[in-house]
Structure formats: structure tokens, C-alpha cells
Write a protein of this length. Structure first.
Length: 570
């Protein structure tokens, strides 16, 4: 059956590409009206020429220019999500084109399917920012041009060379970290020539490299004259805060794990099955992954930012590596045992889905010891919250479902790695598991069918606050709904409960603003904390629950002042 499907795909490529594109867009369309969360809702305010914003985007000017011009078409509101969706759709076609050019139709289709169905790709295609889809767009353009330069000559080679230079410049003008992508291409170029490099060559290429870096930063200086909204000094001061001497390595580890969970175990383990020959052909992707991990995890402190967002750069390389690995495993074993192992994988996937439906506890995110203790004691039937500084608005996933999916995938991968005869069998088992993993992640992000939907609750509670004339100003927990409350003109500020913040300052703020508070409880507030005790002492004037998530409005105008709790429960 699979062989027949493969043949049909090969014979109807144009139809396949159209269908793949329709599935890609169709999966993401329901998410285009999700609430803009935290940093996301700043974008339309900053780039809208009609709004005078006090803040700026601390990156080179092209990203702001793109969103500003796109805003004229889609509007400066929630429809902003159509911008990353557009780039994501184009990236699907560029990835398909590159893989087809380098490895053939099968790899191109598999890579496109992985890019379409991956939850991390879904999230990136809807996140209002640059890391998820806009930077990968220029990386793919540069990658295609780089390979075209290698296989063409004459005028065509010159044309592709100019295209490569332009793609690198434009990518750098999106974000300085695009230097990682440029570095990956340079590293591949030098690696090919490592056996022939002379001292003279090294000096020459080093000179070219310094000239290139100097030229790029000179262009940034010139850009200040072209783009009135861009200030290089603001960008430099922003970059400085990622250089920390007292880095929070624990927070870095948590965010890296979060990014891995988004990525899925399937995309993480499959590249390990690539042969040395295939790795050689995929070197730019491997260099890009390696440089990115060094840059984001070791060289600079991104624990104070949304590290999981920056790790979206992994999606395109991992989809490419995994696609080549899948087709290589499939071709290496021509024996037919498709039905049996697909059925086994489907059964495992359905069991995982059943376990995701059982009752789960919901520990608070802080202190982290609450859910870490549960994880270490194998009490895995609890929900873990997923949210971020640039979105998404929080949603829950079953830790039991996630942990078992990773364990099953790793066990199958280890068996396949050491027993070559089992590789195709293990791949067949893992395909349904991977489909279920990414499918459930996507479903909870978009609809919250199992554990509740914060966006659904937010719509109703915003209407209540808007229509209640007694409510003048609202402090918003975790900024869940901050954009919506701002739009109705009742936003006071946001309340964070992370222990990293100064508790004395937070208590002073609670005592100062005795008014209304909105809590959409993703993540849960520590029941022993001063924040929980404060809100519980207020009058609840609105409450609505959707499965494990609730939305509450508190009237705190008559509560007594609270004192510093001496750190207990904070």
C-alpha cells in the first residue's frame, strides 16, 4: 500500500505540492485569531505608523519594515499572524524545492510533510516575531543560492552569487543572529577545501571574512539614515543585556527542554541515523544547528529571554535531516512488514492518547520543585503549562503523555541504531506515535480540547470587564489577556509571580493597586505564595471554568494591606 502511495506521489508531484500547501495553511488558519500575547502585541503598536510608540524593536530594520508594510494589508491587529503564516507557507515551498533539487522527490515530500505536521512549525508559523519563519526564509534563499553557485558557471553562477550575497545581507538586516546561518555556509565552504587550504588561502579567507563583517555593520550605520525608526545604539544596548556574569543555568536548561518538547522526539532522534555520506551532503544544516546551540546556550545568556522562541531555528534543519534519514532507512530494507508494525505503532499511539485523557493534577509552575518532585517520583499524571514571552497564550499538556512518548521513541531509536535489521520496523512503529505527539500538541495549542482553552475563556471575561462600569482598571496576571484589556481601555499593569522578581516591590505594588485583578490561571499560582493569599482575600465577581483552566475577576478594593511573608512559599 505504501509503495503504491509513494508511486502516486511521484507521478502527481504538482498535485502533491498543492495538497501539502493546503494542509499546511489549513492546519494553521484556526490559529490566526488567537490572542496576541505579551511581546507579540507590542509589534502592531510599534510598527503602526499611526501610533506613537515609546518602545522600539531592538533589531536591524528589515523585520520592522516587513511588519509595517504587511500591516497596511492585513491590519495592525490580531490578523498580524498572517505575516508569519505567509512566510511559513513560502518556506514550505522553498524547503521542498531545495530537498527535491538535492535529494529527489521522496525526500522533498517527506521533508515537506514533517514541516507541515510538526507542532513547533505550527507555533512558529503563527508567532508574531522573526525567529520562527522570517529568518528561515532568508536562510533557505541563501542555501539554495549557495548550492546553485556550486553547480552552475558563467553568467548563471554570477547571478546566483549575487542572490547569495543579497540573501545574506537581507537576513542580517532581520536579526544579527543571522550570522549563524552565514557562518554555517562559510564553514561548509571551508570544510570542503580543508585538505587543500594553504596559509595564503587561510589569510585570504580571513580577510574576506573580516571585510564581510565590517561591511555588514557599516550597512547598519547607513540604515539609520534610510530607516527613521531604526537606532543602532538602541540595538547595541539591547544586545548587551544577554551578556551576564551570573547566568541562571537552571532556567536555561528548563527552556532548552521546553524547546525539545516542542520539537518532538521524532525529529530529535532521526538525524542520528544518517550515514557519513548523507551527513556530508547535509553539512550546512549540521553546522547551523551546532553554531546555534553554542551561541544560544553557551556563549550568551538567553535565559532572561524567550530561549524556546530562538530555538525555532532548529525546525528547518531538523526537518531536512529527518527526511533524508527516513527515506534512507526505507530504501535500505525492501522487506514487507508494513501492516504489522504500523498497527503496533498505532496501538501505542492510541494508548498514549487514552493516558492523556485520564485525570491529571495541576501543580503550580513556581516553585519549580512542585512539578520536578512529581516528575522524579514518577507521579507523571500532571499537566505542564506551555507559554512564552512571545506567545503562546498558556495551554496545558500531559507530562505523562510527553514523557512516555519520549521514552518509547528513544527506546525504538536505540534498538534501531544497534540492530540495523530493526530500523525500518522501528520507524514504522514511531510514525503513528510522532503523528499523535505533534497532533495533540497542535490541538491543545489551537483548541484546548482536552485541558481547556485560555483564549476561549478570555473572550468571555473581556466582554464582562468591558460591560462592567464599576471596573475602572485591571491588573492582569501573567499578562494573560493584557492586549484585550488594553484595547477596552482598562489595563493597569501586569502581575508576574516568578520568584526572580523582587518580592518587596511586588507586595508594595499589591498594596498600592487595590482594584480589580484578572487571573486566567495558566500557569497556576503557588497556593502558599503571597499572591495566592492576596487574591483569595479579594471578592470574586466573575468566574468561568473550561476543564482545567479558569478565568476569574477579583475585586480587591476592600482588602487589608499585606506584609512581607519572610519568603515563605515564594
Amino acid at each position: 500500500m505504501i509503495q503504491n502511495i509513494s508511486q502516486w506521489i511521484k507521478n502527481h508531484e504538482k498535485i502533491v505540492v498543492v495538497l501539502l500547501t493546503l494542509v499546511f495553511v489549513g492546519m494553521r488558519l484556526p490559529g490566526t485569531d488567537l490572542p496576541l500575547h505579551q511581546d507579540e502585541y507590542k509589534w502592531p503598536k510599534i510598527v503602526n505608523p499611526a501610533v506613537k510608540s515609546e518602545t522600539e524593536i531592538p533589531h536591524p530594520p528589515l523585520s520592522q519594515f516587513i511588519y509595517r508594510e504587511a500591516g497596511r494589508v492585513v491590519g495592525y491587529d490580531v490578523h498580524f499572524r498572517f505575516v508569519p503564516l505567509f512566510f511559513g507557507t513560502v518556506n514550505l515551498l522553498l524547503l521542498y524545492y531545495f530537498l527535491r533539487m538535492r535529494f529527489g522527490k521522496k525526500v522533498a515530500f517527506v521533508g515537506g510533510a514533517l514541516f507541515t505536521l510538526s507542532y513547533f512549525s505550527v507555533l512558529a508559523s503563527l508567532m508574531v516575531d522573526t525567529d520562527g519563519q522570517i529568518m528561515p526564509f532568508f536562510f533557505l534563499l541563501a542555501l539554495i543560492a549557495y548550492y546553485k553557485v556550486k553547480v552552475t558557471n558563467g553568467r548563471n553562477q554570477i547571478a546566483w552569487g549575487i542572490g547569495l550575497v543579497l540573501a545574506c545581507i537581507l537576513g542580517f538586516f532581520i536579526k544579527v543572529s543571522f550570522m549563524l546561518a552565514i557562518g554555517a555556509l562559510v564553514a561548509d565552504f571551508l570544510w570542503e577545501r580543508k585538505s587543500k587550504l594553504t596559509t595564503k588561502d587561510i589569510m585570504k579567507y580571513a580577510g574576506f571574512g573580516l571585510l564581510m563583517i565590517g561591511g555588514l555593520f557599516a550597512l547598519l550605520l547607513i540604515a539609520q539614515k534610510v530607516f527613521s525608526f531604526f537606532d543602532l545604539s538602541t540595538a547595541v544596548s539591547y544586545w548587551e543585556h544577554f551578556i551576564q556574569s551570573n547566568r541562571n543555568w537552571f532556567q536555561t536548561a528548563i527552556q532548552v527542554v521546553k524547546a525539545l518538547l516542542y520539537t518532538s522526539p521524532f525529529l530529535v532522534v532521526l538525524p542520528f541515523f544518517l550515514s557519513a555520506e548523507k551527513k556530508k551532503e547535509l553539512r550546512p544544516f549540521i553546522f547551523y544547528i551546532f553554531f546555534g546551540l553554542i551561541f544560544y546556550i553557551i556563549l550568551f545568556d538567553f535565559s532572561i529571554g524567550a530561549l524556546d522562541r530562538y530555538m525555532q531555528y532548529l525546525i528547518v534543519p531538523l526537518c531536512a535531516l529527518s527526511a533524508v534519514a527516513i527515506v534512507s532507512i526505507w530504501k535500505s530494507d525492501t522487506r514487507k512488514y508494513t501492516k504489522e508494525f504500523l498497527l503496533l505503532g498505532t496501538t501505542i499511539a492510541l494508548i498514549l492518547l487514552y493516558l492523556a485523557h485520564i485525570h491529571h493534577e495541576v501543580p503550580s509552575l513556581h516553585p519549580k520543585s512542585a512539578w520536578i518532585d512529581r516528575a522524579l517520583s514518577l507521579k507523571w499524571n500532571f499537566l505542564y503549562p506551555f507559554s512564552g514571552g512571545s506567545g503562546p497564550l498558556g495551554f496545558y499538556m500531559s507530562f505523562l503523555f510527553l514523557a512516555l512518548s519520549w521514552i518509547i521513541t528513544i527506546v525504538c531509536a536505540v534498538v534501531g541504531y544497534f540492530k540495523i535489521d530493526f530500523r525500518k520496523k522501528m520507524l514504522l512503529v514511531l510514525i503513528p506515535v510522532a503523528f499523535m505527539y505533534n497532533g495533540l500538541f497542535t490541538e491543545e495549542y489551537l483548541w484546548g480540547g482536552l485541558y481547556g482553552s485560555a483564549p476561549r475563556l478570555l473572550s468571555a471575561v473581556t466582554a464582562f470587564i468591558k460591560d462592567n462600569s464599576d471596573i475602572k482598571y485591571v491588573t492582569v496576571y501573567n499578562d494573560n489577556g493584557g492586549n484585550e484589556i488594553q484595547e477596552i481601555g482598562k489595563y493597569r499593569k501586569r502581575l508576574y509571580t516568578d520568584p526572580a522578581f523582587d518580592i518587596n516591590e511586588k507586595i508594595a505594588s499589591l498594596n498600592r493597586y487595590k482594584e480589580h485583578y484578572l487571573e486566567v490561571n495558566v500557569p497556576r499560582i503557588d497556593p502558599l505564595s503571597v499572591y495566592r493569599k492576596y487574591l483569595d482575600s479579594c471578592q470574586t465577581i466573575y468566574e468561568k471554568t473550561d476543564k482545567y483552566i479558569s478565568a476569574k475577576v477579583y475585586d480587591c478594593r476592600k482588602v487589608n494591606d499585606i506584609a512581607h511573608p519572610s519568603g515563605v512559599g515564594i
